[in-house]
Ligand binder design. Structure first.
Ligand SMILES: [Zn+2]
Length: 86
């Protein structure tokens, strides 16, 4: 039996985004799978809602106005002033 990935670590991280064009703010939670292949290279794959997505760190579009630019905040800052929906 051959194992292609010798090490997998899954973490969950929530990122907060704000659009500098229209002011739209939102939060997205990602499942991030850190793997190390047999050559020792580290990689991170991002999943949201069960689908693989590009890294949020490279995201450049706003779901509201489709423009941007997008600024990434630390989790919780966008919603700090209002109660989080259940
Ligand atoms: Zn926008």
């Amino acid at each position: 039996m051959v194992t292609m990935e010798r090490d997998t670590e899954t973490v969950h991280e929530a990122y907060s985004f704000v659009c500098l064009h229209c002011g739209h703010g939102w939060e997205e939670e990602y499942e991030i799978r850190h793997t190390t292949d047999l050559a020792g290279h580290r990689r991170a794959d991002y999943f949201a809602h069960g689908r693989r997505v590009p890294s949020p760190l490279t995201r450049a579009d706003c779901p509201d106005c489709n423009r941007g630019p997008i600024r990434i905040l630390r989790p919780g800052r966008v919603n700090a002033a209002r109660s989080f929906p259940p």
